[in-house]
Write a new protein. Sequence first.
Lengths: 180, 181
Amino acid sequence: MKKLVMVTLGLLLMLQSASAAGLSAGVGAFGGVGIPVAQDDQSQGTVFGIRASVKAFSVISLEPHVTFLKYGDPDVDEIIDDPTGAKVNGFGVDARLGSLAGPGLSPFFFVGIGTYKVKNDDLQIDESNTGLSGGLGVEIGVGPSLGLEVRGRFDVIGTEGGGSKKAALITAGVNYHFGL
Amino acid sequence: MKKLLHTAIVAAVALALLVPSGCKIVSGTYVVEETFYDLTPNGTGDYYYEALDITDNSVWQDHKDDIKDIDNIGFEIWLNSSAASANNFNCYVDALASSLGGASSKSAVIAGATHVLVDVPMPAGKSFIGYAASFSHITNLSTLKTLGETGQFKFWAMADVTTSSFTVDSIKVVVTLTAGT
C-alpha cells in the first residue's frame, strides 16, 4: 500500500509538471481480467491499476502505470490442496501510438517495459523481474476531457532461468485529459 | 500515410523489443505430478527410504530438454500412525549420486542429507499433508529445486517413533517448471 501511495504521488507530481509545462497529459484508472497464458499453475484473475499519460510527440504518448494482478486459485489436476493464485504487481512505462482522447473513436497501439514483482506467500515465491508488454485498444471521447477505453495487453515477464511468465490483460477504464 | 508510418515505427520498435527475448515468449509453465506408494522402511526401522524418480512422467518427458527454471517443488503425503500420541514427521533429500542410501544410519542421513520438510504434525491415525500446506514446513527450498532439475533424488522420511508405528502410504511430488525453446 505504501508503494502504491508513493507511485500515485509520483504520477500526480509528473502530471503537475507536465501541465505546468503546457504539455497534453492525463490520468486514468482501469480494471478487468488477467488471463494466464501457458501457465498451468495459475488461473484467470482480476487486474486493476492507474495510469498517467504525457504527450511526447504528435501522436506518441508516454504512459507510466502501476498494475495489480491477482490470479485466481489454480485447479491443478489431482492436487487436493491447491495453493492460492500469485499476485503480480507491476510498474512500467508504455509508449502509445494514437491520439489522446478527443471526440469520437481513438484507436491506439502500445509497447512498454516494466518491472514486475511476483509474490505467492503460500509457495514461498517472492521475486522481481523485468517484463515487456504490447497491445492495442480504443478510447472513446465522451466529453472534451473524458475518455472511456478498452485495452488488450500482453505481458511477457522474464524469469531468472531464461523462461517467462505470460499474461493477457483485458481491461476497461476511464481517462481524464487536460491540455488537449 | 502519416498514421501508417507511425504504425510501422511502433511495430518495428515492438519487434526490436520482443525479438531478443524470443526464446522467452515460447516458454510455458507446467506442473509435473508423480505419486509413490507404500514407501519401504529400512532394516532398523529408523526411516522410510525411496529413490524418487519423476523422469518417466509424460509431462517431464515432454519438456525435459528445455527446462529453464524449476519454479517450485512441494509434496502431498498420506500418513497412518498407530502411535498413541502425535509425533513430528520430517523428510530429507539428497542427490541420486549420494553415498547415503537405504542402509545408512539415521544419524548419517540427518547429518549428511538436506532437511526439506520440518516437523510436520503427525497425529494418531490417518493424516494428510496437502501441497499448499507442505510449504509451511518446507525448508532449504533452493537446494530442493536444484536437486529437482535432474528429476531424481533420494528421499528419507522419519518421525519421533520407529517405522513400526507409522506408514507413509503415499507421497506425491509436485514439480512446477518453466520450459521452452
